[in-house]
Design a protein around this ligand. Structure first.
Ligand SMILES: [Cu+2]
Length: 129
């Protein structure tokens, strides 16, 4: 008799693996992307993608003060139509800032302390599935 139960178990494991592969729907407000602010005056990664309703967290992992500024009135930022501007204010080394984004589109933001050296980042917010 062939080892049927084993074959079945293998199929089941394969099916479970396939189910785990797609991204699970995030709970509202969950941190979906983490961006570090570095000693090299960069947002790392410089571009992230989330779904509407998810949260981005920035951490100042450097020894300098930085900010997350997504306000076109303050510099080279751009927001999707209908999205609210936001700004973290000055973040000391070790500090973090979170923002939940609900309006889909492309957000371009910068660090107000280092905009002059090109410290900028981008967030793509995809519509809810
Ligand atoms: Cu900076």
């Amino acid at each position: 008799m062939p080892p049927r139960p084993l074959a079945l178990a293998a199929l089941l494991l394969a099916a479970l693996g396939a189910c785990a592969a797609p991204r699970a729907p995030a709970e509202a407000g969950a941190v979906a992307a983490l961006v570090r602010m570095t000693d090299a005056f960069e947002f790392d990664p410089a571009a992230v993608t989330i779904r509407a309703g998810e949260t981005v967290e920035w951490r100042n992992a450097s020894r300098f003060r930085h900010s997350v500024t997504a306000d076109p009135a303050l510099g080279g930022a751009a927001l999707p139509p209908g999205a609210q501007a936001f700004a973290s204010g000055e973040l000391a080394p070790g500090a973090s800032f979170r923002r939940t984004l609900t309006v889909p589109g492309t957000y371009r933001y910068f660090c107000s302390q280092h905009e002059g050296v090109g410290m900028a980042g981008e967030i793509t917010v995809l519509p809810v599935k």
